[in-house]
Write a protein that binds this ligand. Structure first.
Ligand code: HEM
Length: 531
């Protein structure tokens, strides 16, 4: 591609030449614009839209024999409209329309995309050695996430971070070590629900609970949910909300680079305001840990500070990694619990069955413990069924980027293409699931033995945590937290609507994760456990 600087010779020549009087110059500019417009219209006619057209025209072969089907969208901008609002639903409809559920191409401005709504092709993409990077957008850079696990380029640095996190945060021993902290938070949630005669917005409680949980694991900070309001958690909560918002917005400048200068959505501006606040807060916590190192109750800051040699991280890298953990670990867990409780309210029969299982295992004589959860096959099936119908990341949250030319489902996919998996469409597909829109936890129960379908990425019919090298490292921790907290709440209360009706609004809103559009309000009835 020629750069603007390379094109300047045309104008230099023009100034030297008498032919270029003002009228002729204008005519010349007009002709150039016209040619440019026509070229872009030709790009646009390509299946998948302008970015695919540009690639295929520029790479010698004028007519690709077997282009990936997909919408053209609009000239220049491609299918930007498809990624606004409930993008997972729009993509699923479009793939149906183009008969391209296995693989569909589309363009967002100058960015080439492929997306699959098929579990076999999803496995091919997610487990491919080509799709091991992530497209780093302006807000991810702006918020330092390119130095944290999720957006770090595939290579030594990313591998080191994943190894550190797996060893010191996500391994079974570490998850067990933080059990008492989750138990304590569960008790505090129960206390809050107990004091809510008029009804309660579930989101308010579970968001604070999961933020407190991550603050404890990562920073070693312990706060009580009951007297929650303190400056530090409030500050972190505001920073997380702002970061969450920024990463969830479709940034036009990411796909139309000429817009970046103007920052039309004020994303760059907001990132620049947020980052110093994050640096100050996390930097202060790191300094405190340096001043008072702890070998007894080691949190993740202690772990990062103790790294030596090639593993040692700079302060700014440490801030990025810690910030990402708080960020990723809080909202996903809270959103999933809200969906589960919504389903419990909507399906009282299922709620009763979970309660029967909890009562049977705890013999109605003690509080549920985290170790009980492995025996709660029905509860795990309920969690799976909610993950199937309401995956928090319907497009698997963050896409993958091809680092080399590759083939997907028989089609050539060039390096630099962004790939997405529409998990929402897969989990609602009639080709994969029987009566996919029905809420039936039993579908996950093996009638003969207590084996539960694994949602951890081996079977792409339901892989809400992704799959392959870049799958979610926090999946076991996330699932353990969610399942244990739901068991603890259902042991203590019957959940119902505030007005006694049997309806719950299950509409979705897609931000960084897919949340309930109308926050769930519940009224709880304490269960009499002595009977
Ligand atoms: C219900 C809870 C959660 C869900 C549904 C979820 C979902 C996901 C998904 C779909 C991905 C992308 C996977 C892929 O590209 O194949 C991901 C990545 C990631 N998640 Fe989670 N997650 C959850 C909890 C957590 C927790 C608790 C943490 C950490 C405290 C965490 C940390 C991460 C990180 C660091 C990545 C990036 C991995 C990489 O790029 O190497 N997640 N998660």
């Amino acid at each position: 591609m020629t750069t603007n600087t390379e094109n300047l010779w045309v104008f230099a020549l023009a100034t030297k030449c008498n032919f270029f009087n003002p009228i002729n110059s204008m005519l010349f500019a007009l002709i150039l614009s016209f040619v440019w417009f026509i070229i872009n219209m030709i790009y646009w006619t390509h299946p998948g839209g302008p970015a695919w057209g540009k690639y295929n025209k520029l790479t010698k072969y004028l007519l690709v024999k077997n282009p990936i089907p997909g919408p053209k969208g609009f000239p220049f901008i491609g299918s930007m409209y498809m990624m606004t609002g409930l993008a997972h639903q729009k993509i699923a409809n479009m793939a149906e329309f183009f008969k391209a559920k296995r693989l569909m191409s589309f363009s967002l401005g100058e960015t080439r995309f492929i997306v699959t709504c098929n579990h076999v092709v999803a496995k091919e993409i997610l487990n491919s050695t080509a799709f091991v990077a992530r497209p780093v957008n302006e807000s991810a850079y702006g918020l330092m996430f390119d130095r944290a696990i999720g957006f770090a380029p595939y290579g030594v640095y990313w591998r080191t971070l994943r190894k550190i996190a797996s060893t010191h945060m996500f391994c079974p021993k570490q998850i067990k070590a933080s059990e008492s902290q989750r138990f304590e938070i569960a008790k505090q949630m129960v206390a809050i629900f107990n004091g809510s005669e008029e009804g309660l917005r579930v989101r308010d409680v579970v968001k604070k609970a999961s933020l407190n949980n991550m603050m404890c694991s990562v920073f070693g900070r312990k706060y009580s949910l009951v007297d929650y309001f303190n400056d530090e958690t409030e500050e972190v909560s505001e920073l997380v909300d702002e970061g969450y918002d920024l990463l969830g917005i479709l940034n036009w400048s990411d796909h139309l680079p000429w817009l970046a200068e103007f920052d039309p959505q004020k994303i760059k501006y907001r990132c620049e305001r947020l980052v110093p606040k994050v640096n100050r807060l996390v930097g202060r916590i790191i300094d405190e840990h340096r001043a008072q190192p702890s070998n007894v109750h080691r949190d993740f800051v202690d772990v990062l500070l103790s790294l030596q040699g090639v593993e040692a991280l700079s302060d700014s890298d440490m801030i990025a990694v810690l910030w990402e953990m708080i960020f990723r670990g809080s909202d996903t867990v809270a959103i999933l619990i809200e969906w589960i409780l919504a389903r419990m309210v909507l399906h009282p029969d299922v709620q009763s069955k979970v309660q029967e299982e909890v009562d049977r295992i705890t013999e109605r004589s003690r509080s549920v413990m985290e170790s009980d959860v492995t025996n709660m096959v029905y509860l795990q099936s309920v969690v799976n069924e909610v993950l199937r119908l309401h995956p928090p990341g319907p497009l698997l949250a963050w896409a993958r980027l091809a680092i080399e030319d590759t083939t997907v489902d028989g089609y050539h996919v060039p390096a630099g293409t962004t790939a997405m998996v529409n998990m929402w469409a897969i989990t609602r597909s009639e080709e994969v699931w029987n009566e996919p829109l029905e809420f039936k936890p039993e579908r996950f129960m093996n009638q003969t033995e207590p084996v539960i379908f694994s949602v951890l990425g081996s079977d792409l019919r339901l892989a809400p945590f992704g799959s392959g090298r870049r799958s979610c490292p926090g999946k076991t921790l996330g699932l353990t937290t969610v399942t244990f907290w739901v068991a603890s709440l259902l042991q203590e209360f019957e959940f119902g609507t505030t007005d006694g009706s049997k309806t719950v609004d299950l509409s979705e809103v897609l931000r960084l994760s897919c949340e309930m559009k109308t926050p769930l309000m519940v009224k709880v009835q304490p269960r009499n456990l002595t009977n």
